[in-house]
Design a protein around this ligand. Structure first.
Ligand SMILES: N[C@@H](CCC[C@H](N)C(=O)O)C(=O)O
Length: 287
């Protein structure tokens, strides 16, 4: 089966995008296809697969599969790429439109300068802060806030903040992200029994009154250059801990570049950043 694809990245977080409205990939092929295309040796090489689908509830729908084939409920960088693709390919007619995800419906705003897309802002909606919403299981109740949580790893106790941006995040404050144990503790936290659906793991450090250094271990994909929902979760966590002011934009420095995150007084989180094309092609998929 030959599948037409577009490879795009947002700050280095790269996915294979397939216009599912035209390609019509059967449900049972999606997980193996995500694993196959993501493989850098035998596939195309990516952090996963994103399908752009029709929606009954929004202008379009995004489905996200990590490189291990697991389906994610949201992807911030994916949303900006889907928004650019949908706008430029004429799947939507306006610069502002809604996108359905498994984690809820968000609103995309494409900023056009001359005849090129300059940047994309997404109104990601309200963060979910209760343990049951992340979801997290510990001695507390599902109604408790996950802002001051602890996890024991290798006999050591670490404090973190749980935040859901439609998908789960565990945010750890560290002195210096360059020496953070992303590749050692990241996978242990991702699969810790405290997170029944697994979690994305962020190591972050405020470096001024409006800047945050950031590294991520993504559920289902490992270390990536950037994570949009993770950047949103990190800024929310930092504001909850009094490190930044709500209503003021924060620049998040990720491995692949910068994202602008604003947690507004109306409780909505806004993410602004780029989305770029890499290439188009046809993938010969053998199941
Ligand atoms: N890279 C993404 C998040 C992708 C999904 C995540 N790994 C999950 O399983 O929840 C982003 O930019 O938000």
């Amino acid at each position: 089966m030959n599948i037409r694809f577009t490879k795009m990245h947002a700050l280095g977080n790269n996915y294979i995008y397939v216009n599912q409205i035209e390609e019509n990939i059967p449900e049972e092929f999606m997980k193996p296809l995500a694993i196959a295309v993501s493989n850098v040796q035998t596939g195309i090489g990516s952090d996963g697969l994103i399908l752009i689908c029709d929606s009954n509830h929004a202008a379009i729908r995004m489905r996200v599969f990590n490189s291990d084939g697991s389906e994610a409920k949201n992807c911030g960088n994916g949303l900006r790429c889907v928004a650019r693709y949908a706008y430029e390919k004429g799947l939507v007619q306006n610069t502002s439109f809604t996108i359905e995800t498994l984690g809820g419906i968000v609103t995309a705003h494409v900023q056009v300068l001359g005849d090129t897309v300059n940047s994309i802002s997404i109104d990601m909606g309200e963060p979910r802060l209760r343990k049951g919403e992340i979801p997290m299981l510990d001695s507390g109740s599902a109604e408790d806030l996950a802002t001051h949580s602890v996890i024991e790893l290798e006999g050591q106790v670490y404090s973190f903040t749980g935040v859901s941006m439609g998908n789960p995040h565990a945010v750890f404050f560290v002195e210096d992200v360059k020496s953070a144990p992303v590749d050692t503790l990241g996978p242990q936290i991702e699969k810790h029994p405290m997170f029944p659906e697994g979690t994305n793991v962020e190591f972050v450090s405020p470096v001024s009154n409006n800047e945050l250094d950031f590294r991520v271990w993504e559920r289902g994909s490992g270390i990536t250059y950037a994570c949009g929902t993770g950047a949103c979760a990190a800024v929310v966590a930092a504001i909850l801990h009094g490190k930044f002011e709500k209503g003021k934009a924060v620049t998040v420095h990720l491995l692949g570049g910068d994202l602008e995150i604003l947690w507004g007084q109306d409780d909505h989180v806004w993410m602004t950043g780029p989305a770029e094309y890499i290439c188009h092609g046809e993938y010969a998929f053998e199941k």
